[in-house]
Design a protein around this ligand. Structure first.
Ligand code: ATP
Ligand code: MG
Length: 424
């Protein structure tokens, strides 16, 4: 039997990798323009790290983590998200000591959930975190950055921003009690999942997708009535910047996010163009997390975007520039006994034309079959090297995408010709 990839864990094939590279480069360029620096940390961490940060009563820790014992008997998990590892790395390396940090990371995350469109078991995020900053200015900066990204990617017309404030953990404690009191009275109207969450993580009931549960929630106490003045002012100031920057947003009082560590600002960028998996980017403020993981208190705010969902959206909207699929500029055709000369010429041209992508035909074959391959490669020019050309130190230059007669050019002039052709 052939061995297959694991369910929900996909290969990224070369036809798609251009789109991924385009997306990753666009994000990295914008992050650099906002002075964020990349951090890399391991994919495997102690299970305890995620229990303490993501939260014991969350879906992720309760039922989605890939957890195993290694050969030393240590409890380890594949990272289900990036913030925990990022905070661990920063604390361990003293990056949060009397300084601010603007950071980003990219890579695979692992969650054992039901695979469907836009939901895998191995998926990829680019995450962004800012540490040491308490004010709404940095929250706003992160949202402006993402808005600029959607615009650059030409997907801004299909995404909308939802924001909310969760207040402080004290606010939430009082609210949680009020919510539990209300929902307990309506216990029998809740579905099984919500009844269970009433014991473990009642605020998660707020984002239940069940319409019956949503009906019960209509009369439930609202978190916005429970948040303190400071959180309220923080939130209002953030909204003011968004308005002044022409970023439209929707305040969604039911937005609570799946992870325990958030406080004050939370947000999601959502689209209706992808079906059920509509959140492409989500995050918020987590002022208590660093201390919760054993560091000195240090405020933080960040978000992560789901790369698979962004790629789906780019494809759906045909928003990937045509040039992305175009990977060869010049194709070198070698007919007859010219193998040595064509390999040498190809590499000489790569020295002379560092910005031109050259595919050198390998493996011989007829002129006709090689020209067919040249055409299929998308190259604009085929250089033809036969025994006659080798004898006269020339090459045939065939234009594959425009009406221009084939010419014979001295090999020493080819570099110039190509450089001029491709800068036009
Ligand atoms: P969802 O509600 O879709 O399950 P989440 O709240 O669990 O998302 P986060 O932990 O906030 O997601 O992760 C940030 C982003 O990462 C999501 O908005 C989404 O774009 C992406 N993401 C999360 N889980 C998956 C997954 N299993 N497959 C693909 N992308 C994912
Ligand atoms: Mg989830």
């Amino acid at each position: 039997m052939k061995i297959q990839s694991l369910r929900g864990m996909h290969d990224l094939l070369p036809d798609q990798s251009g789109t991924w590279q385009y997306l990753e480069k666009t994000v990295a360029d914008i992050l650099a323009r906002y002075s964020y620096r990349e951090i890399r940390f391991p994919i495997v961490e102690q299970t305890e790290l995620f229990k303490r940060s993501v939260g014991e009563a969350t879906d992720i820790v309760e039922k989605e983590m890939y957890t195993f014992e290694d050969r030393n008997g240590d409890q380890l998990s594949l990272r289900p998200e990036g913030t925990a590892g990022c905070v661990r790395a920063c604390t361990q390396n003293g990056l949060l000591h009397n300084q601010t940090q603007r950071l980003w990371y990219a890579g695979p995350m692992f969650r054992h959930e039901r695979p469907q469109k836009g939901r895998q078991r191995q998926f990829h995020q680019i995450g962004v975190e800012a540490f040491g900053l308490t004010g709404p200015d940095i929250d706003a900066e992160l949202l402006l950055l993402t808005a600029r990204l959607w615009k650059t990617l030409k997907i801004d017309h299909v995404v909308t921003l939802q924001i909310n404030s969760l207040g402080t953990s004290e606010d939430r404690k009082i609210y949680r009690a009020a919510l539990v009191e209300y929902l307990t009275k309506h216990h029998d109207e809740l579905d099984e999942d919500s009844q269970r969450r009433l014991q473990t993580n009642p605020m998660r009931i707020l984002d239940s997708k069940n319409p019956d549960v949503q009906k019960v929630l209509q009369q439930a106490p609202s978190l916005s009535d429970f948040i303190d003045d400071e959180s309220r002012q923080h939130f209002d100031a953030l909204c003011d910047v968004l308005t002044a920057s022409n970023i439209s947003y929707e305040i969604n009082p039911k937005l609570v996010r799946g992870l325990d560590y958030y406080s004050k600002t939370v947000f999601e960028w959502v689209t209706s163009s992808l079906g059920a998996q509509g959140t492409i980017c989500a995050g918020g403020r987590y002022d208590g997390l660093v201390e919760q993981l054993g560091g000195k208190p240090c405020p933080g705010v960040g978000f992560a975007m789901g790369m698979e969902r962004l790629v789906l959206l780019l494809d759906e909207l045909n928003a990937v520039p045509d040039s992305v699929g175009q990977t060869v500029d010049v194709y070198i055709v070698a007919v007859g006994d010219t193998m040595k000369e064509s390999v040498v010429l190809s590499d000489t041209l790569r020295s002379e034309c560092p910005n031109i992508r050259i595919e050198s035909h390998c493996g011989g074959g007829s002129f006709k079959s090689q020209i067919k391959k040249a055409d299929k490669s998308g190259a604009a020019i085929a250089l033809i090297l036969g025994e006659e050309e080798v004898a006269s130190a020339t090459a045939g230059v065939k234009y594959l995408r425009r009406e221009q007669p084939q010419e014979t050019v001295v090999q020493g002039n080819l570099g110039n010709l190509l450089n001029t052709f491709f800068t036009d």
